[in-house]
Design a protein around this ligand. Structure first.
Ligand code: GAL
Length: 469
């Protein structure tokens, strides 16, 4: 049963919705650069306008109110606030914009959950090495402090970095997200490392300077699939699951929630592979030094982005070249009984979220958990009567309910991805995750509620009845 103060939310991210990419002094981000390069994004689309939330925020607020959300998760565009990423220059118009968004939400009794970084690094910082440079951690800390100082009187839920795994792997190993690098087997580990350092420094700043006065909570959003052995009785498959989990969820959750360091399995697998391929030099996985901030304990709650599940067996690599895939030596497969959604990576496995939540409870000492993203894509002909997505949400929310009631997981909130159709990274506007449809061919970018939005609103009103509206 969902308690009365359970957070019922929907999420978005600055680059995916705002547009206004050069408006009022905003600096370019790596996604501006990347999406303007040929062949990077479906149909050569970009985020120049997107849902134009920079100019049409009031329309978004109407959608939020129509759903009856208690919480709205948004991200700040670092380059809109600090155009070159540093405190040298503050863009007042950007501050004004987010102040209005936050004030309007609060005036409507909706609590903001604010992500500081959701994939859109200021290009100026990328030009200095971006997340590969150790200096990025201090730059991020300064940006975070600025945000706590400016918005923290009203924002009580903070996410420092969204999905460091996705940033590192898709941006630096696979090259399918900005900045589009394919430095296999090395860069992603360095990026992940600097993201953890940056996150921890921001958390410590909040803890020492702002927490007492502002009374908020800070975490980082970790994405994870639920993973199961292909054959339950195969020791090899069971070990492959353990390795795979260590390289995904564990990569970021172990340092923060368990022991301040990477999972042993991950460290030894990377070193064994380096040795096998004759890689000389220090470990490709950096280690934390005494000069680094303490990483352990730097999350006030567990923020989970869950979309899908996989079966896992040992194997799958890239031969004699270094790559993360070979390091983790785990091949992910789909179960034929799992329906596939609009996109090939998203098999519909609602029960996976319950299992993952139980795993998180057992592994990380029963933390408070917010499900900060979960959703279902639509591709091809528009269906406002999106019955499959309705089923998906109904089944997933039922599994979350079981996790709370039967497994005793301390789930505090659920955020649907996404409030509205938006720029779905390399898939552009071809993949629609919204509870509201956005008509990108209409100059007014009209928003229309999907059936799933109507049903989500019904769920919310059922559970929050009694709380002040
Ligand atoms: C997440 C990401 C979101 C959204 C979602 C759906 O990885 O944080 O921005 O795009 O996936 O694919």
């Amino acid at each position: 049963m969902f308690v009365r103060d359970f957070a019922w939310g929907a999420a978005t991210a600055s680059f995916q919705i705002e547009g206004g990419w050069q408006a009022d002094g905003k600096g370019p981000s790596i996604w501006d650069t990347f999406s303007h390069e040929k062949g990077r994004v479906f149909g050569e689309q970009n985020g120049d306008v997107a849902c134009n939330s920079y100019e049409m925020w009031e329309k978004d607020l109407e959608c939020i109110q129509q759903l009856g959300l208690t919480h709205y998760r948004l991200s700040l565009s670092w380059a809109r606030l600090l155009p070159d990423g540093t405190m040298q220059h503050i863009n007042d118009k950007g501050v004004l914009y987010y102040n209005k968004v936050i004030d309007d939400l609060l005036a409507c009794n909706v609590s903001p959950m604010v992500t500081l970084y959701h994939f859109d690094l200021p290009q100026a910082l990328q030009d200095q090495g971006g997340w590969k440079s150790p200096d990025i951690a201090t730059l991020f800390e300064n940006y975070a402090k600025f945000c706590f100082e400016t918005f923290g009187d009203r924002v009580k839920l903070w996410i420092t970095i969204n999905e460091p795994y996705v940033c590192a792997k898709l941006g630096y190993e696979d090259g399918i997200h900005a900045p589009g690098l394919k430095e296999k087997g090395t860069a992603a580990y360095l990026v992940g490392h600097n993201m953890l350092r940056a996150h921890a420094m921001a958390w410590h700043s909040y803890d020492s300077t702002y927490r007492q006065k502002q009374k908020g909570a800070v975490s980082l959003a970790i994405n994870s699939d639920w993973l199961e052995p292909l054959h339950q009785d195969s020791n090899e498959d069971v070990a492959a699951v353990e390795r795979d989990l260590a390289f995904t969820l564990g990569w970021f959750a172990w340092p923060v929630f368990v022991n301040g360091d990477y999972p042993e399995i991950m460290k030894s697998a990377i070193d064994a592979q380096s040795k096998k391929l004759g890689y000389k030099g220090a470990s490709r996985l950096p280690s934390f030094s005494d000069d680094d901030p303490a990483i352990l304990g730097t999350a006030d709650f567990f923020a989970l982005n869950y979309y899908t599940s996989r079966k896992v067996k040992a194997g799958g690599g890239c031969g004699q070249t270094l790559c993360m895939k070979s390091d983790r030596d785990a091949e992910e497969l789909l179960d034929s009984s799992w329906p596939i959604s609009g996109v090939s990576w998203l098999a519909v496995v609602p029960h996976g979220i319950r299992k993952l939540l139980k795993y998180i409870k057992d592994t990380f000492s029963n933390p408070a958990v917010y499900i900060t993203e979960n959703g279902f894509p639509q591709v091809g002909p528009l269906q406002i009567e999106d019955v499959e997505r309705c089923e998906f949400y109904k089944d997933t929310i039922a599994e979350v309910d079981k996790a709370i009631q039967e497994d005793g997981v301390n789930v505090c909130g659920y955020f649907a991805w996404s409030l509205m159709d938006n720029f779905e990274w390399a898939d552009g506007f071809s993949v629609r995750f919204g509870l509201f449809h956005v008509d990108f061919s209409d100059p007014n970018l009209s928003r229309t509620i999907y059936r799933s939005g109507r049903e989500y609103a019904t769920v919310i009103s059922k559970y929050k009845s009694g709380r002040c509206k």
